[in-house]
Design a protein around this ligand. Structure first.
Ligand code: EPU
Length: 448
């Protein structure tokens, strides 16, 4: 199994291009099921989840090809078989990648039938899909659960627009909004989604669907209005830049007292993160991209030697994103004072707490809150990656720690960051990917 070997203490300097967003690309790939014309997506990162979804779409009759340079690869998708036999997303693929659930709405809207294995829980929590199903049922789909599969059937005359409240216990749902919005584009009449997710990835998906001929307004606000159309056409769409990757690299600059310029940075989609970084004493100099575009800006990140502590709570967009919580925690372990972190989206998303503690971090968890008492230094140690963002937090800690950090199971990290070690190494980090078989036994991970 691959591991990262990091010698901490190197200051990161240089520039880096932010790659396309995984979480925008995944539902956008599923939207290719809404048309039998070719769909081209640009800037699709080369990640394990993207590959799994391409394979799944292939099984669903939508043939894909992904090629091109790192971070700027092009995904070409073309739905050629829309039969019910080709409308089953099997457990074997769904269990490796939860975003497979995003095939449900497009298939039931276009084909009148979809069968998708029910995703299970994962390292960050239970992750139910009740809101997805409630939304599709409100459009008239008949939903049944059989043998672990969700089956959705549209009435003979197709789905019908409706007013749907999509709020849940923890706020809105990102992929649930994507599913219902996609389905509503082909439903008869008007759909109103209240408490829709406002995440930039949903806005990017709406922009793509509008280019395909969908009639959508209100994207970026909690009230989405969709007028159904008979058909959608093919599209050529550039996926937005990854705000979570950008935030992770900003914190890599901060934790190493570095000086990094991020090109293609979606700073306008990161205002909550920006506000906290400024409060920590991190400097951000923003130069808008072409045509004053703040979703493709250049941002120079420099950091004060001493970071200030902050308090934050993860929330749906435009609040602070849960996907940057672990990386912030890692960085705040070295701040001068006490920080308070509360997780409101996935209250169990704290697997990194125990691993950071192994590196000398002083953390006290109570329920969904962690108090971070800043320490003078972290010390390298063998640690275990658990979920994608927790792993990114451990990498940041390793970059700043004294001595060697070994991060086991980096396949978690590979699900969301393309060539992370190469890109950090280009900025001056001492980081290598090695096979754990080549490490001494005392440095590899423990039990499952
Ligand atoms: N929820 C429900 N019922 C549902 C759906 C969600 O109760 O039917 C709850 C969840 O349990 C959670 C909250 O609502 O407490 C928000 O979950 P959401 O549905 O918004 O999450 P998601 O759409 O499954 C996406 C990202 C996650 C990111 C979350 C929150 C993708 C592929 N995944 O998941 O990204 O953390 O939104 O912003 O877009 C990651 O990239 O590391 C990652 C986990």
């Amino acid at each position: 199994m691959d591991t990262f070997l990091i010698e901490g203490g190197k200051r990161l300097e240089g520039s880096l291009r932010v790659f396309g967003s995984k979480n925008a690309a995944l539902p956008e790939m599923c939207a290719a099921l809404l048309t039998n014309q070719p769909v081209t997506l640009r800037d699709v990162p080369n990640l394990a989840d993207i590959k799994s979804l391409r394979n799944l779409l292939g099984e669903l009759g939508c043939i894909g090809e992904h090629s091109g340079p790192a971070g700027q690869a092009i995904m070409r998708l073309h739905t050629q078989d829309e039969s019910h036999e080709k409308s089953h997303a099997r457990y074997e693929i769904v269990r490796t990648m939860r975003a497979s659930i995003s095939t449900l709405g497009p298939m039931v809207a276009r084909r009148g039938f979809a069968r998708v294995s029910m995703p299970g829980g994962c390292a960050i929590g239970d992750r139910p899909v009740d809101l997805h199903l409630r939304g599709l049922a409100a459009l008239g789909a008949e939903i049944t659960l059989d043998g672990g599969d969700i089956t959705a059937r549209a009435p003979k005359k197709g789905l019908k627009g409706a007013t749907i409240f999509l709020g849940g216990q923890f706020g809105s749902t990102v992929l649930g909004t994507a599913n219902v919005m996609c389905a509503a584009t082909l439903a008869k009449g008007t759909t109103v989604i209240e408490s829709a997710a406002c995440e930039p990835e949903i806005v990017d998906l709406a922009v793509m669907l509008i280019k395909m001929g969908a009639k959508i307004s209100g994207h970026g606000s909690p009230r989405l209005v969709i007028e159904g159309v008979d058909e959608l056409k093919g599209v050529d769409h550039a996926v937005m830049a990854d705000r979570i990757e950008a935030g992770t690299f900003m914190l890599a600059a901060a934790i190493t007292n570095g000086d990094i310029t991020l090109e293609n940075c979606p700073i306008d989609a990161m205002l909550a993160v920006k506000a906290k970084l400024l409060a920590m004493g991190i400097h951000l100099a923003v130069t808008p991209g072409a045509n004053n575009n703040l979703l493709r800006a250049a941002v120079r990140v420099t950091s004060a030697r001493t970071l200030k502590p902050v308090e934050f709570t993860t929330q749906p967009h435009p609040g602070f994103p849960t996907d940057i919580q672990a990386q912030m925690m890692a960085t705040l372990t070295l701040a001068d004072g006490n920080s308070v972190i509360t997780e409101r989206i996935f209250p169990e998303r704290f697997l990194h707490v125990a691993e950071l503690s192994r590196m000398g971090a002083k953390l006290m968890r109570q329920g969904a809150t962690v108090i971070v008492s800043g320490v003078k230094k972290l010390v390298g140690a063998p640690v275990m990656a658990s979920d994608l963002r927790a792993s990114a937090g451990l990498v940041l800690a390793g970059l700043a720690a004294e001595g060697t950090t070994i991060i086991n199971r980096v396949y978690h990290l590979d699900r969301g960051y393309e060539k992370m070690e190469d890109r950090l190494a280009k900025l001056g980090a001492s980081i290598r990917r090695v096979d754990d078989k080549d490490l001494p036994a005392n440095l590899t991970g423990g039990a499952d």
